[in-house]
Design a protein around this ligand. Structure first.
Ligand SMILES: Cc1ncc(COP(=O)(O)O)c(C=O)c1O
Length: 392
């Protein structure tokens, strides 16, 4: 078998050494505290599972979904949820599209918009799906840096005009993985004005919109007046209701982008399992994520307070599962992650894996398997205190 040449365009996996050390630690029976995985460790709420049991018995969910853009009840419920949550009106027939998780939507919007030679603008550091699919589609990427001093928001003024003119799409992701950064509505206003000026489609990834703490509520870019002219936003139930394995989400916004994405998708997949789509629509209005969020917040507080007691000066992220911690002097992101693993049995992800500007950081996730009340995070801190050489 000869695989397509395009697969060789996928950037190399940067965590080889860390993955090897993880396997070794587990094989040696070490008690690893894994802060690497960004996947909710808590189960999907019981009421959601019960509801799926009901919808699964409806034979109309057993066939191909032949609707144009997804199960109508789901799209209508997504529209009314959007109105309540963000104050934005969406037409379920033209401005919403069912997705098999937001990752699927991110990948396929690239294939629906990028021709060979086209340019996509992506953040560094960033979640890599748009970048990798752009390369696979024969396009190229311009990576714009995210700096802590700008709150990990891009500075549109530093994107050269010729780059902006050439770009077809720009990927934004707030609340952000891996940095935990959040965007204000004012930032989204700037983004929309910039995209309008250069005729670029904004792909805003809102997968973490409901993972909020301390009373914060993440905005949608679609709250900005005129945003629908230039933006499509990806939403997901994965992180909201601990449903990563269910594979359900939706795209919202610009009708032309929704239509192009739908054309692409209808030649690739046959929509989500309708029982899951119906359960998702029900969940948006009826399920609660408060208990899970309270646990994540408890872990966040223990981890941040603990790291700060070791000399870090971290603020508590207002959204996402992630703590983006600068590495202490003398380390790279890889050498620090390696030291954490070898000397403290704590696994964190080296920031370099998210782009060159991630190299001064490690990502620690708050979705920790086997943690009941923050005790594993407290243990991680004590192990770092005892085992890892840190001088600021
Ligand atoms: C920023 C970001 N976007 C999208 C996704 C994909 O989520 P989904 O399960 O909806 O495909 C993830 C998953 O980790 C993510 O971190």
């Amino acid at each position: 078998m000869q695989q397509a040449k395009r697969l060789s365009l996928i950037p190399p996996y940067l965590f080889g050494e860390i993955a090897r050390l993880k396997r070794q630690a587990i094989a040696e029976g070490k008690d690893l505290i894994d802060l690497g995985i960004g996947d909710p460790d808590q189960p999907t709420p019981d009421e959601v599972i019960a509801k799926l049991g009901e919808f699964v018995k409806d034979p109309s969910t057993h066939c191909y979904d032949e609707s144009s853009n997804g199960r109508v009840e789901f799209l209508e419920q997504a529209a009314s949820w959007f109105k309540t949550r963000f104050g934005v009106d969406l037409d379920p027939a033209t401005e919403l599209l069912e997705l098999i998780g937001s990752k699927e939507g991110l990948a396929h919007i690239v294939w629906a918009t990028i021709d060979p030679g086209d340019l996509a603008l992506v953040p560094d550091p960033g979640y890599t799906v748009i970048k990798v699919n752009t390369l696979l589609a024969g396009g190229s990427v311009y990576e714009f840096p995210l700096f802590p001093e700008n709150g990990f928001l891009p500075d549109f003024d530093t994107i050269p005009a010729d780059v902006a003119q050439k770009a077809k799409i720009i990927y934004l992701n707030y609340p952000n993985n891996p940095t935990g950064a959040i965007a204000t509505k004012e930032f989204f206003e700037k983004a929309v004005a910039w995209a309008r000026k250069y005729d670029v489609l904004i792909v805003q990834d809102c997968a973490y919109s409901e993972v909020n703490f301390d009373g914060y509520k993440a905005p949608s870019i679609l709250e900005v007046e005129g945003a629908k002219d230039v933006a499509i936003e990806m939403h997901s139930l994965s992180k909201t209701f601990n449903m990563t394995g269910w594979r359900i989400g939706f795209a919202a916004g610009n009708a032309d982008a929704i239509k192009a994405l739908n054309t692409m998708k209808s030649n690739v997949d046959s929509k989500a399992f309708a029982a899951i789509a119906l359960t998702a629509g029900w969940s948006l209005h009826n399920a609660s994520n408060e208990e899970s969020l309270a646990l994540i917040k408890r872990r966040r507080d223990i981890l941040i307070d603990g790291l700060n007691s070791l000399g870090w000066k971290l603020e508590k992220p207002k959204a996402t599962f992630y703590v983006w911690a600068p590495v202490p002097p003398g380390y790279t992101s890889v050498s620090f992650a390696k030291t954490l693993l070898e000397d403290a049995n704590v696994l964190a992800i080296p920031g370099l894996g998210y782009g060159p500007h991630g190299d001064g950081f490690v990502r620690m996730s708050l979705t920790v398997n086997g943690d009941h009340n923050g005790e594993r995070l407290a243990q991680a801190i004590e192990r770092i205190r005892a085992g890892v050489k840190i001088s600021w």
